[in-house]
Structure formats: structure tokens, C-alpha cells
Design a protein around this ligand. Structure first.
Ligand SMILES: CC(C)(COP(=O)(O)OP(=O)(O)OC[C@H]1O[C@@H](n2cnc3c(N)ncnc32)[C@H](O)[C@@H]1OP(=O)(O)O)[C@@H](O)C(=O)NCCC(=O)NCCS
Length: 210
């Protein structure tokens, strides 16, 4: 399938989502990989992961980039050679990138019941404003909380950050499609503007540091 969704956040920031309906062979035919990416692809354990990785290259093509314009730092954070900021996420049948002149992060999560049982690992203060919600709303809120913390981590890219201890979400509603996250780490306090969208039981979260 071609591009699934395009979001123009502002004049310098675009979000692109791919819905993966191609086979691995189709995707392999349609993208060229640098040596590092070829080696990574070979090391991936599942076809689903390989397709996610390749579909991100399809998204890059939409904006005139190829895999040769992309490199990764020692922590695994992707960068573009031209200095624009990029963040990447893939989950099951979807992948997404954000491109911006600002440091940014993106995350895609499937809304799953399982998040309820692992929530205590990544949330604490947030339980105060999500308690009492019906099950569906509870799962959707937790998915935004989880995705927001992934995104803050991807923007900051610093070893030692704990989702539960160092990143907190201020109360938000699903309808607002916005939230605020605070990172308190190593005597620094940073604020992040979070934006989210939901489609086909997935939550797409992206953010910028204030
Ligand atoms: C790195 C991490 C953020 C990836 O997130 P994920 O939800 O597993 O997977 P996603 O598909 O959303 O993101 C993967 C992409 O993130 C990017 N990425 C990897 N490491 C990164 C980093 N340090 N900083 C920014 N982006 C990073 C890569 O582009 C990667 O995809 P690619 O290698 O195919 O290009 C995550 O695995 C992680 O390590 N989180 C921090 C650890 C933690 O505290 N976990 C939970 C505790 S409860």
C-alpha cells in the first residue's frame, strides 16, 4: 500500500505513516540499502521487523531521501546527513517517520489489553488521573502515556532515563490529542509538547522539547 497518512504539523514538520501490505520481496525490490542497513536487515529475527525497517525506507523515498542519507549514532538514534531531524517507529503493520527542523520524536503503539498488566513498570503519578475510566479509555490513555515516554526518551537519547522515575505526564484527555510531559533527570527539568493520533487500534505519538 502506498502512503497511509500525512500530517503537516507546521511549515517545517511533517509526519508520514506507511501501512505495510507489501511482501518482503516486494519491499526488497523497491529500496536500496547501504552496507550497514543490509547487515542489520540480515540480523533481524522476524519478517515483520524486516518489513517495518524496509517500509521506513519507502517513507524516506516519499520525501526524496534514500537509506544513504541516513545514519545512526552510537545509541541507535537516526540522523539525516542534511542536518534535518528525523525520528522513526515501526509496529506490526505500520511504520512512521517525523521530519522537522526541530529535535523531535515519534512512536507507534498498538492498543493492547496487556498494557494494563505492565503499566506499573512505566507509570506511577499518572494513575491518579486515569483511575475510574472505563477499560477501553484506560487502555487508550495508558498507550498515550507509554508512547509519550518512548518519544521523550528518543528525543533526549540519554542513558539512565527511567520511564517511571524520570518522565511524568500531566493530566490530559484523549479528545484534546495533546499532552505535556516533564523529564526530570540529572538535575535538569525539561518540558515536552506531546501530540497524538489514533487509527485502527494504534496510537501515534510525536513530540518536541519546549
Ligand atoms: C530505543 C527505543 C526507544 C525504541 O522504541 P521501540 O518502541 O522499541 O521501537 P520503535 O519501533 O518505536 O523505535 C525503533 C526506532 O527507534 C530509533 N531509535 C533507536 N534507539 C534510539 C535512541 N537511543 N534514540 C532515539 N531513537 C532511537 C531507531 O530509528 C529505531 O528504528 P530503526 O533502528 O529500525 O531505524 C526503546 O526500545 C528503548 O530502548 N527505550 C528505553 C528503554 C526503556 O526505558 N524501556 C522501558 C522501560 S519500562
Amino acid at each position: 500500500m502506498p502512503l497511509y497518512r500525512k500530517i503537516f504539523h507546521d511549515s517545517n514538520t511533517e509526519i508520514l505513516v506507511w501501512k505495510i501490505t507489501e511482501t518482503l520481496d516486494q519491499l526488497l525490490e523497491e529500496v536500496s540499502l547501504n552496507e550497514n542497513s543490509k547487515a542489520r536487515l540480515l540480523g533481524m529475527k522476524s519478517v515483520s521487523h524486516q518489513c517495518g525497517f524496509l517500509s521506513v525506507r519507502k517513507l524516506l523515498q516519499e520525501k526524496g531521501y534514500t537509506d544513504f542519507d541516513l545514519y545512526y549514532d552510537e545509541y541507535g538514534k537516526p540522523h539525516l546527513n542534511d542536518g534535518r531531524h528525523i525520528s522513526i517507529s515501526h509496529s506490526h503493520d505500520f511504520s512512521a517517520i517525523i521530519l522537522s527542523d526541530k529535535n523531535c520524536g515519534i512512536d507507534l503503539e498498538m492498543q493492547r489489553q496487556k498494557i494494563v498488566t505492565i503499566a506499573h513498570k512505566f507509570a506511577e503519578e499518572e494513575f491518579e488521573f486515569i483511575q475510574g475510566l472505563d477499560e477501553n479509555s484506560y487502555i487508550r490513555q495508558l498507550t498515550v502515556i507509554w508512547g509519550s515516554k518512548e518519544v521523550v526518551f528518543k528525543i533526549r537519547n540519554e542513558v539512565g532515563i527511567s520511564f517511571k522515575d524520570h518522565i511524568h505526564l500531566e493530566p490530559f484527555s484523549i479528545e484534546s490529542k495533546k499532552a505535556v510531559a516533564i523529564l526530570k533527570f540529572n538535575s535538569l527539568q525539561l518540558t515536552y509538547n506531546i501530540y497524538f493520533e489514533e487509527f485502527e487500534n494504534f496510537t501515534l505519538v510525536y513530540a518536541f522539547q519546549q
